[in-house]
Design a protein around this ligand. Sequence first.
Ligand code: UT7
Length: 331
Amino acid sequence: MGEKTAAITAVGAYVPDFVLTNKILEGMVETNDEWITTRTGIKERRILKDDTKGTSYLAIEAAKDLLKKSQVDPAEIDLLILATATPDLLVASTGAYVATEIGAVNAFSYDLQAACSSFLYGMSTAASYIESGRYKKVLLIGADKMSSIIDYTDRTTCIIFGDGAGAVLFEPNDEGLGLQDEYLRSDGTGRAFLNMEAGGSLLPATEETVKNKKHFVHQDGRTVFKFAVSNMADVAEKIIEKNKLGHDDVTWLVPHQANKRIIDATAARVGLQEEKVMVNIQKYGNTTSATLPLLLNDYEKQLKKGDNLIFAAFGGGFTWGSIYLKWAYNP
Ligand code: UT7
C-alpha cells in the first residue's frame, strides 16, 4: 500500500419502480409468502420491466444519483469500473457505454465479473488504483438486471433475485481512512453448483440451449448455501482477527444479501448483534453485484467518519471474501 489510503467519498443508488412481491409470486409459481420469508427473509424485489433497457440503464441512474448528491463533475472521473454479471452485451464493454452516457468523457472503463462478489472484488481493484497514486477518482458501480437471466417458472430461483444498482466513488485520503485490509478467495470447483450454462464460449446459443432453458441461472441451492455460510463467516472472522478488532470495534457488518439465514450465521460467527448488521434483503432480494452499494446507500445517514465496516460476500465461481474499510465522512 502506498502513502495514501483509498476512501469511499460518495454513494448513489437506483432501483426500478416495479415491486415484485411474494404475493405476486404466489400467482406465478407454487410457493407462498411464509416459505419465502422464513427460508430467505425476502418480502419483495424490484424488477426493470422495460424490455428495451439493460443493466446499463440501472448503472447510469445510480451513477447520476451519486453525481447529483456529491456535485462531482463527471469529467473529473479517471476510471469507471462496472461490476456486473449481466452486461448489456457480451463483447462490448457495458462500462464504456455507462461512462459515455454520464459524461465521464476523460475516463476509461471496463466491466468486472465475479458473480455476487463482483462489487467486493471491484472495491479491491478501485482502491489499488488510488493507493498506487495512478488515479484520483475511480467510480465503482455494482449493477445487475438479474430478471434478464431468471426463469420465472422456476420457484427455486425466481423468488430470490431482483434488479438494482449502486455506485461509490473512491478517492485518496490522507487521514488513513478507507480500505484497510482484504482477504479475497476463489474456488473454481464451485462453478458446477451455480451458473448459467449456455451463452458463453463453452456452450454457445442454439435452438436446443434455448429449448432446454440453459440461458437461465441454475443453482444447487443447498450446496451453495452450505459453502456460503461457512466461507462468508470464515473470511469475516479472519479479517477481524487479523486486524485485532474486538466486537466493540466493528461498527457495521456489510454482508452480501443472498439469504437472511446466511447473513445471520455470519453475524453470529463473528459475534455481532443484529443492530450492527446492515440488512435490506427484505426489500430487494439478491441483486448480485448491487447488494453492497445498495446497503451503503440505505445506511449512509447512519454512517460516521471513522466507523469500522466489515464487508463480506459469496458468489458463483465460487468467489468470496471480506474487506475491512474505515468510513471517511459524516452524514
Ligand atoms: O448470491 C449467490 C449465492 N447464492 C446463495 O447464497 C443462495 C444459497 N441458497 C439458498 O439461499 C437456499 O438454498 C434457497 C433459498 C435457494 C433454498 O432454501 P433451502 O432451505 O435450501 O431449501 P431446499 O432447496 O433444501 O428445499 C426445501 C424444500 C424442497 O421440498 P422437499 O424436497 O423438502 O419436499 C423444495 O422443493 O422446499 C421446496 N422449495 C420451495 N417451496 C416453496 C424450494 N423452493 C421453494 C419455493 N416455495 N420457492
